[in-house]
Write a protein that binds this ligand. Structure first.
Ligand SMILES: [Fe+2]
Ligand SMILES: [Fe+2]
Length: 165
């Protein structure tokens, strides 16, 4: 059975991951409206991945005979000034999630909860990847600046991302 503190924290993390999904989907909608279908598709796939993260916590809580408690998901940001702003915010969001995962890990350590530590390892590794992939997009968008042709080509490139869970 999962300890009460870590159970509460993991339920909170379901909310955080669902918020990430919500925020990425809102970013996807913005890019679609800005005629950037490739960025939009990439962000939508990212939203789906975040939903998958929420479900990993959902399943783990239940596998440990604890109770899943869903909470209200906050309102995401809807408007952005540019695709660069979208991805800069996305990077900030990933850094925030990394801090949340680290805090959960710290909790699992302090409670000698080895199963949770093993489970959270996946997220620790995943966050390194998430920060890198979003950070790479930020760097490329900075390089592109206001060169419309380069943005057009990059949008095409990002649009090749396959949907994954
Ligand atoms: Fe996530
Ligand atoms: Fe993420």
């Amino acid at each position: 059975m999962l300890g009460k503190t870590i159970q509460d924290a993991m339920n909170e993390q379901i909310k955080n991951e669902l918020f990430s999904a919500h925020q990425y989907l809102s970013m996807s909608a913005y890019c679609e409206s800005a005629t950037l279908p490739g960025l939009s598709r990439w962000l939508r796939a990212q939203a789906q991945e975040e939903w998958g993260h929420a479900m990993k916590f959902y399943d783990f809580i239940q596998d440990r005979n604890a109770r899943v408690v869903l909470k209200a998901v906050d309102q995401p940001v809807i408007e952005f000034d540019s695709p660069l702003e979208v991805f800069e915010r996305a990077l900030e969001q990933e850094q925030k999630v990394t801090a949340e995962i680290n805090e959960l890990y710290r909790l699992a350590l302090s409670e000698n909860d080895y199963a949770s530590q093993a489970f959270l390892q996946w997220f620790v590794t995943e966050q390194v990847e998430e920060e890198k992939s979003v950070g790479d997009v930020v760097e490329t968008l900075k390089m592109i600046g206001d060169k419309a042709e380069a943005l057009f080509l990059f949008d095409r490139e990002l649009g090749k991302r396959e949907n994954e869970e």
